[in-house]
Design a protein around this ligand. Structure first.
Ligand code: GCB
Length: 608
Protein backbone atom coordinates (compact mmCIF):
# COMPACT_ATOMS: atom_id res chain seq x y z
CA UNK A 1 0.00 0.00 0.00
CA UNK A 2 0.92 3.64 -0.22
CA UNK A 3 1.50 4.00 3.49
CA UNK A 4 4.57 1.92 3.99
CA UNK A 5 8.08 1.40 2.83
CA UNK A 6 8.92 4.69 1.23
CA UNK A 7 11.51 5.93 3.68
CA UNK A 8 14.74 4.48 2.36
CA UNK A 9 16.17 2.12 4.99
CA UNK A 10 19.31 3.56 6.57
CA UNK A 11 21.33 2.53 9.56
CA UNK A 12 21.67 4.80 12.57
CA UNK A 13 22.31 4.51 16.30
CA UNK A 14 18.77 3.09 16.58
CA UNK A 15 18.37 1.26 13.28
CA UNK A 16 19.96 -2.01 12.17
CA UNK A 17 19.89 -3.66 8.78
CA UNK A 18 20.62 -7.03 7.26
CA UNK A 19 20.88 -7.71 3.55
CA UNK A 20 19.00 -10.69 2.12
CA UNK A 21 20.72 -10.43 -1.26
CA UNK A 22 22.62 -13.42 -2.61
CA UNK A 23 21.61 -16.78 -4.03
CA UNK A 24 18.02 -17.81 -3.37
CA UNK A 25 16.30 -21.09 -4.17
CA UNK A 26 14.32 -20.59 -7.35
CA UNK A 27 11.40 -22.79 -8.25
CA UNK A 28 9.71 -23.19 -11.62
CA UNK A 29 6.33 -24.92 -11.26
CA UNK A 30 5.48 -27.89 -13.49
CA UNK A 31 4.12 -26.66 -16.85
CA UNK A 32 0.43 -27.26 -16.14
CA UNK A 33 0.59 -25.18 -12.94
CA UNK A 34 2.43 -22.16 -14.23
CA UNK A 35 -0.55 -19.90 -14.70
CA UNK A 36 -2.69 -20.68 -11.72
CA UNK A 37 -2.65 -20.66 -7.96
CA UNK A 38 -4.10 -24.13 -7.50
CA UNK A 39 -3.60 -26.50 -4.60
CA UNK A 40 0.02 -27.43 -4.95
CA UNK A 41 1.00 -23.78 -5.29
CA UNK A 42 -0.96 -22.78 -2.20
CA UNK A 43 0.89 -25.35 -0.12
CA UNK A 44 4.35 -24.34 -1.29
CA UNK A 45 5.03 -21.49 1.14
CA UNK A 46 3.92 -23.74 3.97
CA UNK A 47 6.10 -26.75 3.24
CA UNK A 48 8.86 -24.97 1.34
CA UNK A 49 9.78 -25.04 -2.33
CA UNK A 50 11.63 -28.34 -1.98
CA UNK A 51 8.26 -30.01 -1.37
CA UNK A 52 6.98 -29.10 -4.86
CA UNK A 53 7.13 -31.09 -8.10
CA UNK A 54 8.70 -28.37 -10.21
CA UNK A 55 12.27 -27.53 -11.05
CA UNK A 56 14.59 -26.11 -8.39
CA UNK A 57 17.53 -23.84 -9.32
CA UNK A 58 19.69 -21.27 -7.58
CA UNK A 59 19.03 -17.68 -8.63
CA UNK A 60 20.99 -14.50 -7.83
CA UNK A 61 19.08 -11.70 -6.12
CA UNK A 62 18.88 -8.95 -7.24
CA UNK A 63 18.64 -9.81 -10.97
CA UNK A 64 16.14 -10.59 -13.69
CA UNK A 65 15.81 -14.35 -14.00
CA UNK A 66 15.38 -14.32 -17.79
CA UNK A 67 18.98 -14.21 -19.07
CA UNK A 68 20.80 -16.17 -16.35
CA UNK A 69 20.30 -19.67 -17.77
CA UNK A 70 20.43 -21.09 -21.32
CA UNK A 71 16.83 -22.26 -21.07
CA UNK A 72 14.54 -20.60 -23.63
CA UNK A 73 11.51 -21.60 -21.54
CA UNK A 74 12.82 -19.56 -18.64
CA UNK A 75 13.82 -16.60 -20.78
CA UNK A 76 10.34 -16.43 -22.30
CA UNK A 77 8.56 -17.64 -19.18
CA UNK A 78 4.97 -16.53 -18.57
CA UNK A 79 3.39 -17.08 -15.17
CA UNK A 80 4.43 -17.56 -11.57
CA UNK A 81 7.91 -18.44 -10.30
CA UNK A 82 9.02 -18.77 -6.69
CA UNK A 83 12.01 -17.60 -4.64
CA UNK A 84 12.98 -18.79 -1.17
CA UNK A 85 15.80 -18.50 1.33
CA UNK A 86 16.48 -18.80 5.03
CA UNK A 87 17.98 -16.20 7.34
CA UNK A 88 18.73 -15.62 11.01
CA UNK A 89 17.24 -12.91 13.15
CA UNK A 90 19.23 -11.91 16.24
CA UNK A 91 17.49 -12.19 19.64
CA UNK A 92 18.44 -8.57 20.25
CA UNK A 93 15.79 -7.55 17.69
CA UNK A 94 13.01 -9.05 19.81
CA UNK A 95 11.67 -5.84 21.30
CA UNK A 96 11.88 -3.87 18.09
CA UNK A 97 9.79 -3.75 14.96
CA UNK A 98 11.29 -5.79 12.18
CA UNK A 99 10.45 -5.12 8.54
CA UNK A 100 11.23 -7.00 5.37
CA UNK A 101 11.55 -4.65 2.40
CA UNK A 102 11.70 -5.35 -1.31
CA UNK A 103 12.92 -2.39 -3.37
CA UNK A 104 11.37 -3.85 -6.55
CA UNK A 105 9.82 -7.12 -7.66
CA UNK A 106 8.44 -7.26 -11.20
CA UNK A 107 5.49 -7.58 -11.64
CA UNK A 108 3.18 -9.05 -8.99
CA UNK A 109 4.36 -10.72 -5.83
CA UNK A 110 3.35 -12.27 -2.54
CA UNK A 111 5.59 -12.83 0.44
CA UNK A 112 5.35 -15.47 3.18
CA UNK A 113 7.52 -15.66 6.29
CA UNK A 114 7.78 -19.07 7.94
CA UNK A 115 4.77 -20.13 5.88
CA UNK A 116 2.58 -17.20 6.97
CA UNK A 117 1.40 -14.64 4.47
CA UNK A 118 3.14 -11.30 5.07
CA UNK A 119 2.42 -8.94 2.17
CA UNK A 120 1.41 -8.74 -1.47
CA UNK A 121 2.32 -6.08 -4.01
CA UNK A 122 1.42 -5.27 -7.57
CA UNK A 123 3.70 -3.30 -9.87
CA UNK A 124 7.42 -3.49 -10.54
CA UNK A 125 9.93 -0.72 -9.82
CA UNK A 126 8.55 0.52 -6.49
CA UNK A 127 9.32 -0.63 -2.96
CA UNK A 128 7.05 -2.43 -0.52
CA UNK A 129 7.54 -3.79 2.95
CA UNK A 130 5.83 -5.59 5.82
CA UNK A 131 6.20 -5.52 9.57
CA UNK A 132 6.99 -9.18 10.20
CA UNK A 133 7.85 -8.94 13.92
CA UNK A 134 5.00 -11.29 14.86
CA UNK A 135 5.98 -13.91 12.26
CA UNK A 136 9.65 -14.30 13.20
CA UNK A 137 11.61 -16.75 15.30
CA UNK A 138 14.12 -14.55 17.15
CA UNK A 139 17.57 -16.00 17.68
CA UNK A 140 16.66 -18.75 15.22
CA UNK A 141 16.45 -19.56 11.55
CA UNK A 142 13.55 -18.23 9.45
CA UNK A 143 12.30 -18.82 5.92
CA UNK A 144 11.00 -16.30 3.41
CA UNK A 145 9.09 -17.44 0.31
CA UNK A 146 8.16 -15.12 -2.56
CA UNK A 147 5.93 -15.75 -5.56
CA UNK A 148 6.51 -13.59 -8.64
CA UNK A 149 4.18 -13.32 -11.62
CA UNK A 150 5.22 -11.50 -14.78
CA UNK A 151 1.81 -11.64 -16.47
CA UNK A 152 0.60 -8.37 -18.00
CA UNK A 153 -3.01 -7.74 -18.97
CA UNK A 154 -5.47 -4.94 -19.80
CA UNK A 155 -5.51 -3.92 -16.16
CA UNK A 156 -1.81 -3.96 -15.31
CA UNK A 157 0.56 -0.98 -15.49
CA UNK A 158 2.00 -1.37 -18.12
CA UNK A 159 -0.47 -3.34 -20.22
CA UNK A 160 0.13 -6.58 -22.12
CA UNK A 161 -1.82 -9.49 -23.60
CA UNK A 162 -1.61 -13.24 -23.47
CA UNK A 163 -1.85 -15.28 -26.65
CA UNK A 164 -2.13 -19.01 -27.07
CA UNK A 165 0.21 -20.36 -29.69
CA UNK A 166 -0.08 -23.80 -31.30
CA UNK A 167 3.23 -25.62 -31.19
CA UNK A 168 4.44 -29.04 -32.30
CA UNK A 169 4.19 -30.32 -28.73
CA UNK A 170 1.56 -28.52 -26.66
CA UNK A 171 -0.21 -25.14 -26.84
CA UNK A 172 1.95 -22.43 -25.40
CA UNK A 173 0.97 -19.20 -23.66
CA UNK A 174 3.00 -16.23 -24.81
CA UNK A 175 3.05 -12.70 -23.47
CA UNK A 176 2.79 -9.85 -25.95
CA UNK A 177 3.15 -6.15 -25.28
CA UNK A 178 3.42 -3.08 -27.47
CA UNK A 179 6.34 -1.39 -25.70
CA UNK A 180 9.67 -2.54 -27.11
CA UNK A 181 11.88 -3.14 -24.05
CA UNK A 182 12.08 -6.73 -22.81
CA UNK A 183 9.63 -7.55 -20.02
CA UNK A 184 12.29 -8.66 -17.55
CA UNK A 185 11.06 -10.17 -14.29
CA UNK A 186 12.24 -11.31 -10.90
CA UNK A 187 13.45 -9.78 -7.66
CA UNK A 188 15.07 -6.79 -9.34
CA UNK A 189 16.40 -4.74 -6.46
CA UNK A 190 17.83 -5.34 -2.98
CA UNK A 191 15.93 -7.14 -0.23
CA UNK A 192 16.62 -6.00 3.32
CA UNK A 193 15.54 -6.84 6.79
CA UNK A 194 15.64 -3.94 9.19
CA UNK A 195 14.82 -3.29 12.81
CA UNK A 196 13.58 0.00 14.24
CA UNK A 197 12.39 1.05 17.70
CA UNK A 198 8.67 0.41 18.38
CA UNK A 199 8.07 4.15 18.16
CA UNK A 200 9.94 5.34 15.11
CA UNK A 201 10.15 7.82 12.26
CA UNK A 202 8.11 6.43 9.37
CA UNK A 203 8.15 9.23 6.81
CA UNK A 204 9.52 12.71 6.16
CA UNK A 205 8.17 15.39 3.79
CA UNK A 206 10.26 18.38 2.88
CA UNK A 207 9.66 21.20 0.42
CA UNK A 208 11.94 24.16 0.00
CA UNK A 209 11.46 27.66 -1.31
CA UNK A 210 14.23 30.04 -2.16
CA UNK A 211 14.58 33.80 -2.38
CA UNK A 212 17.51 35.69 -3.83
CA UNK A 213 18.96 39.02 -2.74
CA UNK A 214 22.01 40.20 -4.67
CA UNK A 215 23.54 36.76 -5.12
CA UNK A 216 22.71 35.68 -1.59
CA UNK A 217 20.08 32.99 -1.23
CA UNK A 218 17.78 32.60 1.71
CA UNK A 219 15.68 29.48 1.93
CA UNK A 220 12.84 28.10 3.95
CA UNK A 221 12.19 24.41 4.43
CA UNK A 222 8.73 23.19 5.35
CA UNK A 223 8.92 19.78 6.92
CA UNK A 224 6.61 17.19 8.41
CA UNK A 225 7.79 14.03 10.14
CA UNK A 226 5.44 11.06 10.49
CA UNK A 227 5.84 8.89 13.55
CA UNK A 228 4.65 5.32 13.92
CA UNK A 229 3.93 3.92 17.38
CA UNK A 230 3.20 6.12 20.41
CA UNK A 231 3.36 9.35 18.45
CA UNK A 232 1.88 11.42 21.30
CA UNK A 233 4.75 10.60 23.61
CA UNK A 234 7.52 11.93 21.42
CA UNK A 235 8.84 15.19 20.06
CA UNK A 236 11.13 15.84 17.12
CA UNK A 237 14.44 17.64 17.21
CA UNK A 238 15.75 18.68 13.82
CA UNK A 239 19.33 19.48 12.92
CA UNK A 240 20.29 20.72 9.50
CA UNK A 241 23.90 19.66 9.06
CA UNK A 242 26.23 20.88 6.33
CA UNK A 243 28.76 18.76 4.43
CA UNK A 244 31.51 19.71 6.86
CA UNK A 245 29.51 18.25 9.75
CA UNK A 246 28.60 21.66 11.18
CA UNK A 247 25.04 22.11 12.39
CA UNK A 248 23.60 25.08 10.48
CA UNK A 249 20.17 25.18 12.09
CA UNK A 250 18.85 23.39 15.12
CA UNK A 251 15.14 23.33 15.77
CA UNK A 252 13.41 21.79 18.74
CA UNK A 253 9.80 22.69 18.28
CA UNK A 254 8.07 19.77 16.74
CA UNK A 255 7.52 17.18 14.11
CA UNK A 256 6.15 19.76 11.75
CA UNK A 257 7.47 23.22 11.05
CA UNK A 258 9.44 25.63 8.94
CA UNK A 259 13.19 26.18 9.07
CA UNK A 260 14.74 29.38 7.80
CA UNK A 261 18.26 29.29 6.41
CA UNK A 262 20.04 32.49 5.60
CA UNK A 263 22.87 32.35 3.07
CA UNK A 264 21.89 28.85 2.06
CA UNK A 265 24.09 26.76 -0.24
CA UNK A 266 21.62 25.79 -2.89
CA UNK A 267 21.33 22.58 -4.88
CA UNK A 268 22.29 23.39 -8.48
CA UNK A 269 22.24 21.18 -11.56
CA UNK A 270 25.54 19.99 -12.96
CA UNK A 271 27.38 22.71 -14.99
CA UNK A 272 25.29 25.48 -13.39
CA UNK A 273 27.57 25.91 -10.40
CA UNK A 274 31.14 25.05 -9.41
CA UNK A 275 29.66 22.78 -6.73
CA UNK A 276 26.54 21.18 -8.19
CA UNK A 277 24.35 18.84 -6.18
CA UNK A 278 25.06 20.43 -2.79
CA UNK A 279 23.37 18.56 0.01
CA UNK A 280 22.62 19.06 3.66
CA UNK A 281 21.74 16.31 6.10
CA UNK A 282 18.30 16.66 7.59
CA UNK A 283 18.65 14.89 10.90
CA UNK A 284 15.55 13.93 12.86
CA UNK A 285 15.80 12.82 16.48
CA UNK A 286 12.74 11.48 18.26
CA UNK A 287 12.76 12.41 21.95
CA UNK A 288 10.46 10.79 24.51
CA UNK A 289 8.80 12.52 27.48
CA UNK A 290 11.88 11.89 29.65
CA UNK A 291 14.02 13.71 27.12
CA UNK A 292 15.70 10.52 25.92
CA UNK A 293 16.47 10.02 22.22
CA UNK A 294 14.58 6.95 20.92
CA UNK A 295 15.15 7.08 17.14
CA UNK A 296 17.37 8.92 14.65
CA UNK A 297 17.02 9.16 10.87
CA UNK A 298 19.28 11.18 8.58
CA UNK A 299 18.02 12.26 5.17
CA UNK A 300 20.32 13.93 2.63
CA UNK A 301 18.48 16.86 1.02
CA UNK A 302 19.16 19.53 -1.56
CA UNK A 303 17.65 22.99 -1.18
CA UNK A 304 16.26 24.28 -4.45
CA UNK A 305 13.11 25.57 -6.04
CA UNK A 306 11.65 24.49 -9.40
CA UNK A 307 9.07 26.74 -11.02
CA UNK A 308 7.49 27.34 -14.39
CA UNK A 309 7.38 30.91 -15.63
CA UNK A 310 6.20 31.68 -19.12
CA UNK A 311 7.90 29.17 -21.37
CA UNK A 312 10.72 28.42 -18.95
CA UNK A 313 11.52 25.91 -16.26
CA UNK A 314 13.33 27.90 -13.59
CA UNK A 315 15.79 26.36 -11.20
CA UNK A 316 16.33 28.75 -8.29
CA UNK A 317 15.11 31.49 -10.59
CA UNK A 318 17.44 30.59 -13.49
CA UNK A 319 16.05 29.15 -16.74
CA UNK A 320 17.33 25.68 -17.62
CA UNK A 321 17.79 24.14 -21.06
CA UNK A 322 17.67 20.37 -20.99
CA UNK A 323 20.60 18.52 -22.57
CA UNK A 324 19.29 15.09 -21.93
CA UNK A 325 19.09 11.40 -22.61
CA UNK A 326 16.38 8.78 -22.39
CA UNK A 327 17.63 5.70 -20.54
CA UNK A 328 16.85 2.19 -19.44
CA UNK A 329 17.90 0.14 -16.46
CA UNK A 330 19.28 -2.60 -18.64
CA UNK A 331 22.48 -4.60 -18.89
CA UNK A 332 23.80 -7.87 -20.16
CA UNK A 333 22.89 -11.00 -18.14
CA UNK A 334 21.34 -9.22 -15.15
CA UNK A 335 18.60 -7.67 -17.34
CA UNK A 336 16.80 -5.08 -15.25
CA UNK A 337 18.58 -6.21 -12.06
CA UNK A 338 20.10 -3.64 -9.71
CA UNK A 339 23.71 -2.98 -10.71
CA UNK A 340 25.89 -0.42 -8.93
CA UNK A 341 28.86 -0.58 -11.37
CA UNK A 342 26.59 0.13 -14.38
CA UNK A 343 24.89 2.93 -12.45
CA UNK A 344 28.25 4.52 -11.63
CA UNK A 345 29.54 4.09 -15.19
CA UNK A 346 26.38 5.71 -16.61
CA UNK A 347 26.92 8.73 -14.38
CA UNK A 348 30.52 9.06 -15.56
CA UNK A 349 29.48 8.82 -19.20
CA UNK A 350 26.70 11.35 -18.79
CA UNK A 351 29.11 13.79 -17.13
CA UNK A 352 31.62 13.24 -19.92
CA UNK A 353 28.96 14.08 -22.52
CA UNK A 354 27.73 17.21 -20.76
CA UNK A 355 24.30 15.75 -19.99
CA UNK A 356 22.32 17.64 -17.35
CA UNK A 357 19.08 15.66 -17.31
CA UNK A 358 17.61 12.23 -17.96
CA UNK A 359 14.18 10.71 -17.98
CA UNK A 360 13.54 7.50 -16.08
CA UNK A 361 12.02 6.02 -19.23
CA UNK A 362 9.79 3.98 -18.85
CA UNK A 363 9.48 3.21 -15.14
CA UNK A 364 10.87 4.43 -11.80
CA UNK A 365 14.60 3.76 -11.40
CA UNK A 366 16.29 2.48 -8.27
CA UNK A 367 16.39 4.62 -5.15
CA UNK A 368 20.19 4.49 -5.26
CA UNK A 369 20.22 5.99 -8.74
CA UNK A 370 17.94 8.81 -7.56
CA UNK A 371 20.35 9.47 -4.69
CA UNK A 372 23.23 9.53 -7.14
CA UNK A 373 21.39 12.04 -9.35
CA UNK A 374 20.86 14.26 -6.29
CA UNK A 375 24.53 14.09 -5.41
CA UNK A 376 25.83 14.71 -8.95
CA UNK A 377 23.34 17.42 -9.84
CA UNK A 378 21.44 15.65 -12.62
CA UNK A 379 17.88 16.76 -13.19
CA UNK A 380 15.43 13.90 -13.54
CA UNK A 381 12.07 13.61 -15.28
CA UNK A 382 10.55 10.91 -13.12
CA UNK A 383 8.27 8.58 -15.07
CA UNK A 384 5.58 6.17 -13.95
CA UNK A 385 5.71 2.63 -15.42
CA UNK A 386 2.65 3.45 -17.56
CA UNK A 387 4.11 2.96 -21.03
CA UNK A 388 1.92 2.63 -24.17
CA UNK A 389 -1.48 2.57 -22.45
CA UNK A 390 -3.92 1.36 -25.09
CA UNK A 391 -7.14 0.44 -23.27
CA UNK A 392 -8.57 2.92 -20.81
CA UNK A 393 -10.76 1.73 -17.95
CA UNK A 394 -11.80 2.79 -14.47
CA UNK A 395 -9.92 -0.13 -12.92
CA UNK A 396 -6.73 0.76 -14.75
CA UNK A 397 -7.08 4.43 -13.85
CA UNK A 398 -7.25 3.66 -10.14
CA UNK A 399 -4.25 1.33 -10.37
CA UNK A 400 -2.32 3.92 -12.33
CA UNK A 401 -3.19 6.48 -9.65
CA UNK A 402 -1.92 4.17 -6.92
CA UNK A 403 1.36 3.67 -8.79
CA UNK A 404 1.75 7.45 -9.11
CA UNK A 405 1.05 7.83 -5.40
CA UNK A 406 3.73 5.25 -4.59
CA UNK A 407 6.18 6.97 -6.93
CA UNK A 408 5.59 10.42 -5.47
CA UNK A 409 5.70 9.07 -1.95
CA UNK A 410 9.09 7.49 -2.70
CA UNK A 411 10.71 10.32 -4.68
CA UNK A 412 9.16 13.55 -3.35
CA UNK A 413 12.25 14.58 -1.37
CA UNK A 414 14.74 14.27 -4.25
CA UNK A 415 16.13 17.62 -5.37
CA UNK A 416 16.95 16.02 -8.75
CA UNK A 417 13.30 15.37 -9.62
CA UNK A 418 12.11 18.37 -11.62
CA UNK A 419 9.02 16.90 -13.26
CA UNK A 420 6.59 13.98 -13.05
CA UNK A 421 5.82 12.04 -16.21
CA UNK A 422 2.44 10.34 -15.89
CA UNK A 423 2.83 8.13 -18.94
CA UNK A 424 4.89 7.48 -22.08
CA UNK A 425 3.14 7.34 -25.45
CA UNK A 426 -0.38 6.55 -24.29
CA UNK A 427 -2.98 6.33 -27.06
CA UNK A 428 -4.13 9.92 -26.62
CA UNK A 429 -5.86 9.93 -29.99
CA UNK A 430 -8.84 8.34 -28.22
CA UNK A 431 -11.50 10.54 -26.56
CA UNK A 432 -11.50 8.38 -23.43
CA UNK A 433 -7.91 9.33 -22.77
CA UNK A 434 -8.91 12.90 -21.87
CA UNK A 435 -10.96 12.28 -18.69
CA UNK A 436 -8.52 9.49 -17.75
CA UNK A 437 -5.49 11.77 -17.86
CA UNK A 438 -7.33 14.79 -16.51
CA UNK A 439 -8.14 12.75 -13.41
CA UNK A 440 -4.54 11.57 -13.02
CA UNK A 441 -3.07 15.01 -13.69
CA UNK A 442 -5.33 16.51 -10.98
CA UNK A 443 -4.40 13.72 -8.62
CA UNK A 444 -0.65 14.21 -9.16
CA UNK A 445 -1.09 17.98 -8.75
CA UNK A 446 -2.84 17.43 -5.42
CA UNK A 447 -0.15 15.00 -4.22
CA UNK A 448 2.67 17.35 -5.24
CA UNK A 449 1.78 20.93 -6.12
CA UNK A 450 5.47 21.87 -6.39
CA UNK A 451 6.59 20.16 -9.61
CA UNK A 452 5.54 20.48 -13.27
CA UNK A 453 3.74 17.53 -14.85
CA UNK A 454 4.01 16.01 -18.31
CA UNK A 455 2.64 13.20 -20.44
CA UNK A 456 5.06 12.04 -23.13
CA UNK A 457 3.16 12.29 -26.40
CA UNK A 458 3.69 10.65 -29.78
CA UNK A 459 0.37 11.15 -31.54
CA UNK A 460 0.01 13.81 -34.22
CA UNK A 461 -0.85 17.32 -33.16
CA UNK A 462 -4.20 17.33 -34.99
CA UNK A 463 -5.48 14.18 -33.33
CA UNK A 464 -4.44 14.31 -29.72
CA UNK A 465 -6.41 14.86 -26.52
CA UNK A 466 -3.96 15.29 -23.65
CA UNK A 467 -1.49 18.08 -24.42
CA UNK A 468 -3.58 20.74 -22.66
CA UNK A 469 -3.13 18.83 -19.39
CA UNK A 470 0.67 19.16 -19.43
CA UNK A 471 2.82 21.98 -18.03
CA UNK A 472 5.51 21.04 -20.54
CA UNK A 473 4.93 19.18 -23.81
CA UNK A 474 7.26 16.22 -24.15
CA UNK A 475 7.26 14.95 -27.70
CA UNK A 476 8.69 11.71 -29.12
CA UNK A 477 9.31 11.91 -32.85
CA UNK A 478 11.50 9.79 -35.13
CA UNK A 479 12.19 11.95 -38.16
CA UNK A 480 14.73 10.31 -40.45
CA UNK A 481 13.86 6.95 -38.93
CA UNK A 482 10.24 5.78 -38.61
CA UNK A 483 9.28 8.86 -40.66
CA UNK A 484 11.06 9.32 -44.01
CA UNK A 485 13.79 6.83 -43.26
CA UNK A 486 16.99 7.65 -45.10
CA UNK A 487 15.96 11.25 -45.74
CA UNK A 488 18.17 13.38 -43.55
CA UNK A 489 17.29 16.50 -45.54
CA UNK A 490 13.65 16.22 -44.45
CA UNK A 491 14.42 16.27 -40.72
CA UNK A 492 14.97 19.94 -39.86
CA UNK A 493 11.88 21.38 -41.61
CA UNK A 494 9.64 18.64 -40.16
CA UNK A 495 10.85 19.20 -36.60
CA UNK A 496 10.52 22.97 -36.88
CA UNK A 497 6.99 22.83 -38.33
CA UNK A 498 5.78 20.30 -35.83
CA UNK A 499 7.14 21.95 -32.69
CA UNK A 500 5.68 25.28 -33.81
CA UNK A 501 2.32 23.57 -34.36
CA UNK A 502 2.36 22.04 -30.86
CA UNK A 503 3.23 25.35 -29.32
CA UNK A 504 0.50 27.07 -31.30
CA UNK A 505 -2.12 24.55 -30.24
CA UNK A 506 -1.34 24.40 -26.51
CA UNK A 507 0.82 27.41 -25.69
CA UNK A 508 3.24 25.26 -23.69
CA UNK A 509 7.01 24.93 -24.14
CA UNK A 510 8.23 21.79 -25.89
CA UNK A 511 10.94 19.25 -25.05
CA UNK A 512 11.93 16.72 -27.71
CA UNK A 513 11.87 13.77 -25.31
CA UNK A 514 12.90 11.18 -27.91
CA UNK A 515 14.47 11.28 -31.35
CA UNK A 516 17.13 9.02 -32.85
CA UNK A 517 17.87 6.07 -35.08
CA UNK A 518 19.18 2.53 -34.70
CA UNK A 519 22.93 2.28 -35.19
CA UNK A 520 25.10 -0.82 -35.44
CA UNK A 521 28.46 -0.07 -33.86
CA UNK A 522 31.21 -0.65 -36.44
CA UNK A 523 28.94 -0.26 -39.47
CA UNK A 524 30.33 2.54 -41.67
CA UNK A 525 28.88 4.01 -44.86
CA UNK A 526 29.92 7.01 -46.91
CA UNK A 527 27.63 8.73 -47.73
CA UNK A 528 25.72 7.83 -44.62
CA UNK A 529 23.10 5.11 -44.80
CA UNK A 530 20.61 3.98 -42.16
CA UNK A 531 22.00 1.80 -39.36
CA UNK A 532 25.56 3.17 -39.90
CA UNK A 533 27.41 5.26 -37.33
CA UNK A 534 27.61 8.08 -39.87
CA UNK A 535 23.83 8.10 -40.22
CA UNK A 536 23.36 8.49 -36.46
CA UNK A 537 25.81 11.40 -36.48
CA UNK A 538 24.06 13.09 -39.40
CA UNK A 539 20.61 12.46 -37.99
CA UNK A 540 21.64 14.19 -34.78
CA UNK A 541 23.22 17.15 -36.55
CA UNK A 542 20.06 17.70 -38.62
CA UNK A 543 17.99 17.73 -35.45
CA UNK A 544 20.37 20.24 -33.86
CA UNK A 545 19.68 22.69 -36.72
CA UNK A 546 15.98 22.56 -35.94
CA UNK A 547 16.51 22.73 -32.17
CA UNK A 548 18.60 25.90 -32.52
CA UNK A 549 15.91 27.65 -34.59
CA UNK A 550 13.21 26.67 -32.10
CA UNK A 551 15.30 27.65 -29.12
CA UNK A 552 15.79 31.12 -30.54
CA UNK A 553 11.99 31.41 -30.82
CA UNK A 554 11.71 30.76 -27.08
CA UNK A 555 9.32 27.82 -27.39
CA UNK A 556 11.75 24.92 -27.06
CA UNK A 557 13.41 24.05 -23.75
CA UNK A 558 15.14 20.73 -24.17
CA UNK A 559 16.42 17.84 -26.25
CA UNK A 560 16.83 14.22 -25.19
CA UNK A 561 18.42 11.64 -27.47
CA UNK A 562 16.87 8.18 -27.60
CA UNK A 563 18.75 6.37 -26.20
CA UNK A 564 21.72 6.64 -23.89
CA UNK A 565 22.66 2.98 -24.53
CA UNK A 566 21.47 0.00 -26.57
CA UNK A 567 19.01 -2.17 -24.66
CA UNK A 568 17.22 -5.50 -24.89
CA UNK A 569 13.82 -5.81 -26.53
CA UNK A 570 11.36 -8.56 -27.28
CA UNK A 571 12.04 -10.40 -30.55
CA UNK A 572 11.11 -8.20 -33.52
CA UNK A 573 12.45 -8.13 -37.05
CA UNK A 574 13.23 -4.41 -36.69
CA UNK A 575 15.51 -5.16 -33.71
CA UNK A 576 19.03 -6.59 -34.04
CA UNK A 577 19.88 -8.13 -30.69
CA UNK A 578 17.77 -5.39 -29.14
CA UNK A 579 17.15 -1.69 -29.73
CA UNK A 580 20.33 -0.09 -31.12
CA UNK A 581 19.47 3.56 -30.78
CA UNK A 582 22.05 4.03 -28.04
CA UNK A 583 24.90 6.49 -28.43
CA UNK A 584 26.65 3.87 -26.28
CA UNK A 585 26.54 0.12 -26.76
CA UNK A 586 24.86 -2.05 -24.18
CA UNK A 587 28.24 -2.52 -22.50
CA UNK A 588 28.67 1.26 -22.37
CA UNK A 589 31.27 1.94 -25.07
CA UNK A 590 30.78 4.97 -27.35
CA UNK A 591 29.52 5.01 -30.92
CA UNK A 592 30.55 7.98 -33.06
CA UNK A 593 27.30 9.71 -32.10
CA UNK A 594 28.41 10.00 -28.47
CA UNK A 595 31.21 12.37 -29.54
CA UNK A 596 28.82 14.48 -31.62
CA UNK A 597 26.46 14.78 -28.68
CA UNK A 598 29.32 15.56 -26.34
CA UNK A 599 30.53 18.42 -28.51
CA UNK A 600 27.07 19.96 -28.69
CA UNK A 601 26.20 19.50 -25.03
CA UNK A 602 29.49 20.92 -23.76
CA UNK A 603 29.13 23.91 -26.08
CA UNK A 604 25.60 24.51 -24.84
CA UNK A 605 26.70 24.05 -21.23
CA UNK A 606 29.23 26.84 -21.55
CA UNK A 607 27.06 29.15 -23.57
CA UNK A 608 24.13 28.98 -21.15
C1 GCB B 1 9.38 5.06 -28.79
C2 GCB B 1 9.29 4.55 -27.39
C3 GCB B 1 10.58 3.88 -26.97
C4 GCB B 1 11.13 3.01 -28.08
C5 GCB B 1 11.42 3.89 -29.27
C6 GCB B 1 11.97 3.09 -30.47
O1 GCB B 1 8.67 5.92 -29.19
O2 GCB B 1 8.92 5.53 -26.47
O3 GCB B 1 10.31 3.11 -25.82
O4 GCB B 1 12.27 2.31 -27.70
O5 GCB B 1 10.26 4.52 -29.69
O6 GCB B 1 13.17 3.00 -30.61
O7 GCB B 1 11.16 2.55 -31.23
Amino acid sequence: GVNAGYLYPRESEFREMKSLDGFWDFYIPPKFLQNSFCHEQEDLPHFGLKSGHGKLLRMPVPASFNDITVDVDLRDYVGIVWYERSFFVPSSWKNQRVFIRFASVNYMSSVWVNGNFAVGHEGGHLPFEADISSLLNFGKSNRVTVSVSNVLSNVTVPQGHLLELNTSTEPRVVQTYSFDFFNYAGIHRPVVLYAVPTTHISDINITSSVSAQNDVYNASLSYAVNVDGDAFDVECRINLIDGDGVVRVSQHEGCQGVIFISKAMLWWPIFMSPSPGHQYTFEVKLINTEGVVVDIYRLPIGIREVKMRGNSILMNGQPVYIRGVGKHEDADIRGRGFDLPIMARDVELMKWMGVNCYRTSHYPYSEESMQLADREGFMVIDEAPAVNIEYFSEELKLKHERVLAELIRRDKNHASVIMWSISNEPRTQFNQSEPYFRYLRDSVRAMDPTRPITIVIFKSVELEFSGHLCDVLCLNRYNGWYLNEGHLEAIAPAVIDEVRAWYKKYGKPVIMAEYGGDTMIGLHRLPSFIWSEEYQEDLMSEHFKAFDVLRSEGIFIGEMIWNFADFMTSQKYIRVGGNRKGVFTRDRQPKAGAFVLRQRYLELAHEL
